[in-house]
Design a protein around this ligand. Sequence first.
Ligand code: GTP
Ligand code: MG
Length: 203
Amino acid sequence: MASAGDPPTGPRDAADQNFDYMFKLLLIGNSSVGKTSFLFRYADDSFTPAFVSTVGIDFKDTAGQERYRTITTAYYRGAMGFLLMYDVANQESFTAVQDWATQIKTYSWDNAQVILVGNKCDLEDERVVPAEDGRRLAEDLGFEFFEASAKENINVKQVFERLVDVICEKMNESLEPSSSPGSNGKGPALGDTPPPQPSGCSC
Ligand code: GTP
Ligand code: MG
């Protein structure tokens, strides 16, 4: 039974440890670009060369296969950040970035932050997407950009940390008391999804 001091309810789950904020982040992009591998590298510091395509969806990780698209978009709501991933050795996955970006804009919270990630940068010999093209596309879309490798553990931690940083920056911006006195202090831009219980961001 909940004691008087317990928080009301909330989506705290298995990782119910000490934390100040809980953000919902999603990894999206075509099938096989490396979303699951990237998450495993970050969460577990592990990598497996076998390809087991994600069926359905799991926490923070989505399925890139077309047939799961309707389920996937249902998860966009309430996500505060996205890692939009392509594979630098797969042109089709890069071409699809535009469509994924449109999906984000259509289905997600207006202030959701997005980082474009060109994964598998260890595959230099098989590269078909120059880093410069990725950077330019990210700039056009208004996203930040990283190349990374889940396999070689390049930029994995940095990408997640940067995403959390930009979310925190955005939260602080929205919380700045620039709005008129007597307003709720939340600022005008928070949209329909409440951010996690902010009391000032320490990250
Ligand atoms: P779906 O679940 O179908 O959407 O695919 P996914 O994006 O989750 O891809 P997944 O992580 O399963 O990786 C697909 C394949 O790419 C696997 O064989 C991985 O081992 C491989 N892979 C993932 N990241 C890298 C990387 O950084 N470098 C290289 N060389 N291979 C990678
Ligand atoms: Mg997967």
